[in-house]
Design a protein around this ligand. Structure first.
Ligand code: FAD
Length: 345
């Protein structure tokens, strides 16, 4: 089968407890853009148990078709049955591009599926576009350049370089995509998709893992990826106790506290509050960077914020290069004053 017979941009529409994850909408937004460049359509692959009720929502966010794999075996995410379901869909329908979120589920699922369907996978992408590969052909060898390839860009070598990767000789082209980076589209109320039910069949071989119990995180903290205002602290905050000062500021302005990796490594804050390359990518309306130097691995996760306010005693700190507003000085003096001032507003 020739590569040109693979058609369409497919999105793994991740759901948990029959609720679509934010990444599903973000991937659909990007898929729509790629599909329009290729002159093709967008298909969401919805895998779960009793999930047919979610197809309209996927249509509203950009899916032209939804392939539903619905089976009681698929109630909770487990590697084997999900990998079997998604790779069977790919083998049956032959998509040109498959996008999976770089979530805990997607990072587990994507590589297994790519190995099963014998193609490559570029992990943790932050930019996806359609273009020529090689991007700059050697003069005189332009005829060897392949057109309409998925160019997948991701940070490499600890974020110190950016690599653009293509998969010119295999299909589908597969990528996992970092959550919080792609933009979802405005939903089109009442939009409908063609719904295709597909059952690849489940055998006992698909049941290597049995779920005995699910323990939910019952903390009432806001996910930093959903927060509109983040008050983020770095090593410069000095101690776990000093984060109370950032919490006071956050309380006054309706914000959520987040942090740099140095803070997590010091044990001052839990990992789920970490912003950056190995933490979460955030895009709040306002991001306060307090006592954070602005290492590239940190800014990779927050530079798309609408407004960045940096407070740092070192006027040469790289955080000021990405900040919209900067205050040079001791955070121990500035933060309480700022909190008091904002109480008045
Ligand atoms: P520092 O670099 O120590 O900066 C502290 C800042 O506080 C300084 O600029 C200082 O001037 C200022 N300061 C000190 N005292 C005060 C004061 N009293 N008032 C005002 N300012 C003060 N980092 C992340 O954050 N997220 C990631 O996801 C991440 N992933 C990584 C992945 C890899 C592979 C690697 C190699 C590194 C990663 N890092 C990540 C680490 C990153 O390189 C930096 O080491 C880290 O971001 C530094 O954290 P920081 O800015 O809090 O601390």
């Amino acid at each position: 089968m020739g590569l040109e017979e693979y058609k369409g941009v497919y999105v793994f529409a991740q759901q948990v407890d029959n609720e679509l994850s934010g990444i599903a909408f973000e991937l659909l937004g990007k898929a729509k853009e790629l599909a329009s460049d290729l002159g093709t359509d967008v298909t969401a692959v919805l895998i779960g148990s009793d999930v047919k009720g979610l197809t309209d929502e996927l249509a509203e966010y950009g899916a032209d078709k939804v392939i539903v794999v619905d089976d009681p075996e698929l109630k909770e995410y487990r590697t084997e049955p999900y990998a079997h379901a998604l790779s069977s869909v790919i083998n049956e329908y032959k998509p040109e591009i498959v996008l999976v979120g770089a979530t805990a589920i997607g990072r587990d699922l994507g590589p297994r599926v790519s190995a099963r369907v014998q193609t490559g996978l570029t992990a943790d992408c932050t930019v996806l576009e359609i273009g020529d590969f090689p991007i700059n052909a050697i003069p005189g060898q332009e005829d060897k350049q392949k057109h309409n390839q998925l160019l997948m860009t991701r940070p490499a070598f600890g974020g110190n370089t950016i690599a653009t990767i293509a998969c010119p000789d295999n299909r589908p082209q597969m990528a996992t995509v970092r959550p919080g980076v792609m933009q979802k589209i405005e939903p089109v109320k009442g939009a409908k998709a063609e719904v295709i039910e597909y059952n690849p069949g489940f055998t006992p071989n698909n049941k290597y893992v049995e779920i005995l119990d699910i323990v939910k995180d019952l903390s009432d903290t806001v996910d930093i990826m959903d927060a509109k205002i983040l008050v983020s602290g770095g090593r410069g905050v000095g101690s776990k106790e000093n984060f109370a000062m950032l919490q006071d500021l956050a309380d006054v302005i309706g914000g959520t506290v987040s942090c740099s990796r140095a803070v997590v490594d010091n044990g001052w804050m839990p990992k789920e509050l970490q912003v950056g390359q190995t933490g979460k990518t955030v895009r709040p309306n306002v991001y306060f960077a307090i006592g954070i130097s602005g290492a590239i691995q940190h800014t990779a996760g927050m530079e798309e914020s609408d407004i960045i306010v940096a407070i740092n005693k070192d006027e040469t700190a790289p955080i000021f290069d990405v900040a919209d507003y900067g205050i040079v000085g001791d955070l121990n003096k500035i933060v309480p004053k700022l909190t008091e001032a904002l109480k008045e507003v």
